[in-house]
Design a protein around this ligand. Structure first.
Ligand SMILES: C[S@@+](CC[C@H](N)C(=O)[O-])C[C@H]1O[C@@H](n2cnc3c(N)ncnc32)[C@H](O)[C@@H]1O
Length: 269
């Protein structure tokens, strides 16, 4: 990695190590992080439970991957990996930040599941041999690394030929969230501060990253506005004007065109 990319990764690391995804949804500060109550408290706000299409994709992939080896890149608190483990997939869960790894280990212990490995790893320089995994899963991560093309090439390197890359929730443009983020000057992840990198891409840009893969699915998702755990006047406008108008009056075809996210499943060729 050159110095510029290294500096970006260091900033990304410092942000996420102090903002592990999930803490922004805690409303009861008396709950101790890492306990069963803690993981249950934020669960409804975490990806597989908040977005039904993620759980459906985990279900679909698990049927193909039973007894096989999956690498998760950017596991956060480990909710996605946990669902794969419950479905008899062998999982190596990784994240750039030690705090995410710590939370994931506590989460797996609370749930009584065992991963093959849980460790820090940088998506841009994965510490694994070529052709190691049957699948790579990464949800809401690679567009936030500083070099998306390189991250997707790294995923390909560690996949066995024929292995599946399931890379979900790239941020799209044009999309309703792109407008809210840019025109509305509203942060996406934590209301006080967004990560140093969170790229929005056109569909063409996303698909072009998948060199050396055969793309088997590319779908727009998160086309309707969901409730946000935010308050203040912007949240009031979002919940009471934008959300009902957008969700009730915009035809599905238009909403899908301006969906917030695109998810790609691709096979290493
Ligand atoms: C938006 S969170 C998503 C977490 C998790 N996938 C989920 O959906 O709950 C982004 C995660 O990507 C991780 N991340 C960012 N850059 C990374 C990199 N270069 N390598 C590995 N993980 C990275 C962050 O530490 C953070 O946990």
């Amino acid at each position: 990695m050159d110095e510029k990319l290294q500096a970006t990764v260091s900033n990304v690391h410092d942000y996420w190590n102090t903002h592990t995804l999930g803490f922004q949804y805690v409303t009861d500060r008396s709950i101790k992080p890492g306990t069963p109550e803690f993981f249950a408290h934020i669960r409804p706000w975490m990806n597989p439970y908040k977005f039904p299409w993620i759980m459906e994709r985990i279900d679909r992939e698990s049927k193909l991957l039973k007894g096989k080896h999956l690498l998760e890149i950017g596991c956060g608190m480990g909710y996605d990996s946990l669902e794969f483990l419950k479905r008899s997939v062998h999982v190596t869960a990784t994240d750039l930040t030690p705090n995410a790894v710590k939370m994931t280990l506590q989460h797996f212990e609370v749930e009584g599941v065992k991963a093959e490995d849980v460790r820090t790893a940088n998506a841009l320089e994965l510490p694994f041999e070529d052709n190691t995994f049957d699948a790579v899963w990464s949800n809401g991560v690679l567009h936030a690394t500083g070099d998306t093309r390189r991250a997707i090439a790294e995923a390909r390197r560690v996949l066995k030929p024929g292995g599946r890359a399931i890379i979900s929730h790239f941020y799209r443009k044009p999309s309703w969230m792109y407008t809210v983020n840019r025109l509305g000057r509203e942060n996406i992840e934590y209301k006080e501060e967004d990560p140093p990198v969170n790229e929005f891409y056109t569909d063409e840009e996303v698909l072009d990253f998948f060199q050396g893969y055969k793309v088997v699915e590319a779908v727009h998702e998160h086309e309707r506005l969901l409730r946000a755990r935010r308050d203040g006047w912007k949240a009031f406008l979002y919940h009471n004007i934008l959300m009902p108008t957008y969700n009730n009056f915009l035809p599905s075809s238009v909403a899908l065109k301006y969906a917030y996210k695109i998810s790609v499943t691709a096979i290493k060729i």
